[in-house]
Design a protein around this ligand. Sequence first.
Ligand code: IPM
Ligand code: MG
Length: 356
Amino acid sequence: MKIAVLAGDGIGPEIVAQAVKVLRALAGDGLRLELEDAPFGGAGYEAYGDPLPEPTLRLSRAADAVLCGAVGGPKYDGLPRVQRPEQGILRIRRELGLFANLRPAVLFPELAGASTLRPDVVSGLDLMIVRELTGDIYFGEPRGRRTNARNEREGFDTMLYSEPEIRRIAEVGFATAMKRGRKLCSVDKENVLETSRLWREVVSDVARKYPQVALSHMYVDNAAMQLVRSPRQFDVIVTGNLFGDILSDEASMLTGSIGMLPSASLGERAKGLYEPAHGSAPDIAGRNLANPLATILSSAMMLRYTFNQDEAARRIEGAVKRVLGQGCRTADIHEAGKKRLGTAEMGDAVVAALRQ
Ligand code: IPM
Ligand code: MG
């Protein structure tokens, strides 16, 4: 298993180190691992003046899977857009053709009290957001800045989806629903946007191939509201890049903390990029405070989706569940009466639980 490790910025290196620890612990148990690090994001900019340096892209292309931490930081906020760390993650998704982003929001029962929502609202939560990742307003052209006829500055972006782009992500949505509760909710803004009108038409067309899946459509504003009102109504949500970005952050809080939400970005083949859904948290970087569980759970997704090692993936998820059961908590999910651990100690606890 060849894995490119792109730790990135902020808390990236600390949390990735914990996932690597966990993977290595499993490797001792029969999985063969080959890990290689490369600079990425702000670190890529520091080393090569480019958030996705050529050697990093080459390594990522050659690897079976890519494990990412997070990118970005206030230090880089003033850079031109092409040099900003975020461009590294956007470009690598695009270069590797990783159009399907799976973001599962699962509530570990042990964390029911850590959510800002009432336990009776979130308990039993298990939903999957399928976010399109290489299209939409993130990549649509034209985009830019200009001065209009009244001499006012304007900024503009283009929301754009082609039919094949919608079709292939809809397929992932339906296939995902088939393996779960067979309910798919497609989220759009069809009452306002042309892009969404086409989206809804194409998703409805793909639905004819999947008569066993109950398809519903929901406007994104309503979906944002329903996610906090009664999140358990959802099984699989399929949506575009921008709406998926926003809704997945929202959904993460149902699970107690954004520090718990892993993600897999997949293309046509098994190759994938795995990263926590959260950012680089510069405010707590380097202080051993960050929650590494989203990254550890992302490595479980890697074993499942790229390496077909469902058993090993379940062992990691089981170990995470066990440490939570033992009362281990990082600061973001801490409650009175629980054991507060640092980033590295949480990684160690998961490794220890793997051995139990
Ligand atoms: C995410 C992040 C990225 C995105 C940023 C860092 C570009 O928010 O993975 O959700 O918007 O896709
Ligand atoms: Mg985001």
